[in-house]
Design a protein around this ligand. Structure first.
Ligand code: AMP
Ligand code: MG
Length: 311
């Protein structure tokens, strides 16, 4: 009898070892975009529920269009009480504004609104409306909140028994842990011209891969296309010769803010900025279709110029 029990136990253990790892997958519409979350591991369902709750909480707090959000109340100068975490986020985005020389500007809310990017009514504003909007300082965290959300979800995943996750937050990719076989993740970079992706970047374990592109949100007027990444210097959509910028960075908020900032800067300034930094890599796709990648970006699957650290 003992032998039979031992054999059964061994069989159970074997089955346990080869059993497929539990996986949870969920698609949600949040922060005005479609998000797809995949989480593997024993607590994947509980972790998924906690992640979805956090995404909705962040949306409700930082929405630029929901009149009841904390951000809209701040913009109405109601001086709502702020939790420590909320202060920290506002301080962090102010810091990123300084770091990027204002190319990433979290106070462009009025400008985004006059361009009609808060609804479906995009239109070219008058010059005086642009000037007025540039002078008005109103929060808009659209360029950073999805990256911040990715970082917050990593903190949540760390509290559960989950081995890995891929969180696609509307084009902002946040990976967590390593693939099951210990291999790194391959993240596709979208072709701004449409169609297939242009290539892939390889990232080890937990990392953010964030893309800002002129194809992601835009409207057309009199045959001209106006996209949603605005140049705080001109008040117009950034005309930097770039079609997309992908930033690869361990920290999600930084990745998101920098992708927007580098897009505004253009290839030359962005290259100098990268040389002066040590916390990210980047892939640039020009309007001409040419691709440039910083030397640590681990890009493959396409032809590109390498941007070296030393000139
Ligand atoms: P992203 O897709 O991350 O580059 O963010 C673009 C969004 O951020 C826009 O839809 C605006 O809400 C906002 N935005 C536009 N231009 C800027 C800028 N230069 N700095 C910060 N936020 C911006
Ligand atoms: Mg961004």
């Amino acid at each position: 009898m003992k032998k039979i029990l031992a054999a059964m136990l061994a069989l159970l253990l074997l089955c346990g070892c080869s059993a497929k790892e539990a996986k949870a997958q969920q698609t949600i519409f949040c922060m005005d975009t479609v998000m797809d979350l995949q989480i593997w591991g024993r607590d994947c369902e509980e972790a998924m529920a906690a992640c979805s709750r956090e995404l909705l909480r962040l949306q409700d707090t930082w929405s630029a269009t929901d009149e009841d959000s904390l951000l809209c109340r701040l913009n109405r100068k109601e001086e709502p009480p702020l939790r420590q975490e909320e202060w920290a986020l506002l301080e962090a985005v102010e810091g990123l504004k300084m770091r990027t020389g204002g190319a990433f500007d979290p106070n462009l809310g009025a400008l985004c609104e006059v361009w009609g990017f808060y609804g479906e009514n995009g239109h070219v504003p008058t010059d005086s409306a642009i000037l007025r909007a540039l002078k008005a300082s109103r929060w808009d965290l659209g360029a950073a909140i999805k990256g911040y959300a990715g970082a917050k979800l990593v903190e949540i995943l760390e509290q559960y028994d989950v081995s890995r996750a891929v969180l696609n937050l509307g084009g902002n990719i946040q990976t967590y842990g390593k693939k099951r076989n210990g291999e790194p993740w391959n993240i596709a970079i979208q072709n701004p011209q449409g169609g297939d992706y242009v290539g892939t970047v390889v990232v080890e374990d937990t990392c953010a891969v964030v893309t800002s592109g002129d194809y992601q949100r835009y409207f057309e007027e009199n045959g001209v296309r106006y996209h949603h990444i605005l140049d705080p210097g001109t008040g117009y959509p950034a005309d930097s010769g770039l079609s997309s910028v992908t930033v690869i960075c361990r920290e999600g908020l930084t990745a998101d803010a920098l992708s927007t900032a580098l897009f505004v800067m253009g290839l030359e300034r962005a290259t100098e900025f990268w040389r002066a930094s040590d916390d990210f890599e980047a892939v640039f796709i020009l309007k001409t279709g040419e691709i440039y990648a910083t030397e640590g970006a681990k890009l493959s699957g396409c032809e590109f110029e390498v941007i070296a650290r030393e000139k």
